[in-house]
Design a protein around this ligand. Structure first.
Ligand code: NAD
Length: 296
């Protein structure tokens, strides 16, 4: 655990892995780094198509935090009626613009638009979301490149709170290219060295698989599916899921029950969500470095 870290605990005694606090620290460090270099412009551009409410909130927060980090942010919004060619033109223009260092195309795109084709227009050095084929290929092959912000944010929380990973058993629930798959790769890669199991909707013995784990990352999008019965005493539980229910937004983890047995746990909200933004901004500064627009 990093020195000087104030640790808050849940009523059951688990370490609360506070994503808001760590995000604020990262934003402050980025700002200091950018100001220390004489404030050269570091620019994040977002592309938002349609009127999906959560997407608008996410993009607004990304711009707000980019500004706090001392970055320039540019937002392009298109109506839900935009054609595939219009979206491709916007992304293509940002890809060609040397004053733009990072491009984030907010997903999902409205029905009828092909996100794969749009993402393929983002060059790897500007792919601050780490979602394109080329960025994912680099991650698999262990080459330098941008890594997806949500799985990277979960890794930062493990590092910050000193959770041991080497030789430990980890279970990732969910196998999407956005979260689950890159999470498995990050936990298993050299230097992190966890023994990782990938669980998904066809896993028949999820409770047994999870009870064996020292670290559980839940990224299924299934409200409160991880109960105290899934968790070995002292295990670390990271909640990525976001479900909109009548009771409001809830995660994949039944927090109240699980915090009583876990050794460390993320809150929801306030855990992995803010860390996704922090890692997006870290990737944007790194993108500017890769493009020679910021000192190495
Ligand atoms: P997805 O729907 O693409 O993938 C979900 C995966 O979970 C699938 O592989 C499926 O097999 C698995 N799954 C679903 N129900 C399951 C069950 N009951 N048991 C075991 N496995 C199950 O979703 P995604 O894009 O990976 O996102 C996952 C969740 O994370 C969503 O709730 C999403 O909103 C959330 N999310 C949060 C952040 C953040 O910043 N915290 C970022 C991205 C996504």
């Amino acid at each position: 655990m990093k020195s000087g870290l104030q640790v808050e605990r849940t009523p059951g005694g688990a370490i609360l892995m506070d994503g808001n606090r760590l995000r604020d620290e990262i934003v402050a460090e980025l700002r200091a780094t950018i100001e220390g270099a004489g404030s050269p412009p570091v620019c994040l551009a977002t592309v938002l198509v349609g009127d999906d409410k959560p997407s608008h909130i996410y993009v607004r927060n990304k711009h707000k935090k980019a500004t706090e980090a001392g970055m320039v942010s540019r937002g392009v919004e298109l109506p839900a009626s935009a054609s595939q060619a219009e979206v491709e033109d916007v992304v293509g223009a940002l890809a060609a613009d040397p004053s733009v260092h990072g491009i984030l195309c907010q997903l999902p795109l409205p029905d009828g638009l092909d996100a794969e084709v749009v993402l393929s227009l983002i060059p790897p050095e500007k792919d601050v979301d780490g979602l394109t084929e080329r960025s994912m290929g680099r991650l698999v092959r262990g080459q330098p490149g941008h890594v997806g912000c949500t799985p990277m944010g979960a890794m930062r929380l493990l590092e910050r709170y000193g959770i041991p990973t080497a030789g430990r058993r980890a279970v990732v629930i969910g196998r999407s290219t956005l979260v689950g798959l890159p999470m498995v790769l990050l936990l298993g890669r050299k230097g992190v060295d966890a023994t990782v199991t990938l669980a998904h909707s066809r896993t028949s013995d999820l409770i047994e698989v999870c009870r064996d784990a020292d670290i559980i990352v839940a990224a299924a999008g299934s409200a409160r599916m991880v109960t105290a019965a899934h968790v070995k005493r002292g295990a670390t539980v990271i909640d990525v899921g976001i479900s909109r229910t009548e009771a409001g937004i809830v995660g994949d983890v039944d927090f109240d029950a699980v915090q009583a047995v876990a050794g460390a746990i993320t809150p929801m909200p306030g855990g992995t969500g803010p860390m996704t933004i922090a890692c997006l901004l870290e990737n944007t500064l790194e993108a500017a470095r890769m493009q020679g627009a910021f000192p190495a």
